[in-house]
Structure formats: C-alpha cells, structure tokens
Ligand binder design. Structure first.
Ligand code: ZN
Length: 266
C-alpha cells in the first residue's frame, strides 16, 4: 500500500498491518490509521522510577488524600509505559488550542487535562524505544475526531492532528484493604489519579451542624436568663445581649479544640 508522507509529500510504501512508519525520504515518524496518516510523536521521560515514586509520595502526603497515606499505603507494583493520545491543535481567531483524547482505553480520564509543553514533541523512533513499553492505540482517528466534534470544536479549525505517546509510571498501591492506581506523568512529574483514599469531610460537616446547634441553644439560654432576671422588656434584652458576648466566647472554645483534633486525625 502507498501512503503520502505528511511532512514531505513523498509516496511511501507500507506493509500490511504496519502502523508505525518512518518516512524513508525525510525521516518523519508517521502513524497510519486505516487510510489516515498523521505525525507520530513521543515525549521523553525526565523521571527515574525512584523520582516518580517520590512525586507520588509527596502527592500522598498532600491535602486531598487521607492523613498519612504516604506512610500507610503499600506500593505493590509499578510499570513504565508510553500511553497514546490523539493530539489536535486548532487555530481560530482566539489563537491556538490543544485537545487531547486517549487513544487507548484508560480508567484515568484526567489524561485529557494533560499539558503538553511546546517543544516536547519528538518524532517516535523505534530504534530508541522499547517496543513493549509502547501502548498500541486502539481508539481510531475517526472516533477521536467525532469526540472532538462532540465537544463543540469546528473540525475546519483543526490545523494539526497527531498521535503522541506520553510517558507514564503507573503505581498500584494498597490502603485499608483496597487497591488503588495512580499515574505519574514522566515528563512533568505530575500525579494523576481518579479514585484515591480521600480526606473524609463527614467529621467537619458534623462539627458544623453541632456549632450551629450550640450557638442557637446558647442564645436561647441567654434570652431566658435575661427575662428571668429582669422585669422590663428593654432590660431583659440588654442583659441577654451582654450574656451572649461571654457565652459565645465560652462555647467556641470546645468547638475550636474539636476542629483542631479532627484536622489532625483525618
Ligand atoms: Zn517524508
């Protein structure tokens, strides 16, 4: 079969079932999807396995995850691979925009939000990269294009389309009897995870409800005291306001202490 090189326009002969192609005339890396030919890029990894794990641990010790996840999680397995995404660049009055769509099935939908730095795209070279680390695309160009159209993009504005392989470390870890997965994008070191042991918000909600109840009850008690101790309405209200200043202060002390301990624990 003959295809046309996206870069130099030369006719290139390809074998049946061949999808990763290098143009023999200009050395561009191309990807063939049915009859569509696009550039085939790869982004280089800047992180060693232990550095990627360090990033994961830092993310685990952060604010979104359950307390001490970095110490309690057991990392059971890690893999390195280049994951394929469809890359679309659009050009219109408002400038350039980049859209990404996973080109293979993944449970991590955050991949769409990846930032690809300008200049990071290098031609794929089969002599440099281990074939078993390259995840083969199984989402066709056509379906990626209909997804793009579905998200409101006018296909006439697409100025560039390519297949890009992005380096990832995938970590499998156990926590609290459950297993989880997290990805570390190996060019930026950014951590991506859809499902993880999140910080529980329930104790804070309960505390919030408790605080409201405590202040309402305190106010009622102050008014009752005011009316018990005084005969006139005016004096009663004045006394109640006076009590409230101290009572509110007293009530907030245990609430603040509770909030502090909850924050330390979850
Ligand atoms: Zn060429």
């Amino acid at each position: 079969m003959q295809i046309k090189c996206t870069q130099c326009g030369a006719d290139v002969t390809v074998q049946q079932d061949e999808t990763f192609i290098e143009c023999p005339f200009c050395a561009s890396a191309l990807f063939l999807d049915k009859r569509k030919v696009v550039f085939h890029y790869l982004i280089h990894s800047n992180f060693k396995p232990n550095e990627a794990e360090g990033n994961l641990k830092r993310w685990m010790s952060g604010n979104h995850t359950v307390k001490d996840l970095d110490k309690k999680a057991q990392i059971v397995k890690s893999e390195f691979y280049y994951f394929p995404v469809w890359y679309f660049k659009t050009k219109d009055g408002s400038g350039d925009k980049i859209y990404l769509q996973p080109a293979a099935s993944t449970s991590v939908s955050e991949i769409k939000k990846l930032q690809i730095p300008a200049g990071a795209l290098k031609f794929y070279d089969k002599n440099v990269h281990n074939d078993h680390e390259i995840v083969k695309p199984d989402v066709l160009y056509d379906s990626a294009q209909s997804w793009l159209q579905g998200s409101g993009v006018n296909l006439d504005t697409v100025s560039e389309a390519a297949l890009v392989h992005i380096p990832f470390y995938q970590f499998h870890y156990n926590f609290g009897g459950q297993s989880y997965t997290a990805l570390v994008e190996a060019s930026s070191g950014q951590v991506y995870s859809n499902i993880y042991p999140a910080k529980s918000e329930a104790p804070f909600r309960i505390l919030f409800g408790l605080s409201i109840a405590a202040f309402v009850i305190t106010s009622v008690i102050c008014y009752v005291l005011g009316f018990v101790l005084n005969d006139s309405m005016e004096e009663a209200l004045l006394t109640a306001e006076f009590f409230k200043i101290f009572a509110y202060g007293l009530v907030s002390v245990p609430l603040i202490v509770m909030a502090y301990f909850i924050a330390k624990k979850v």
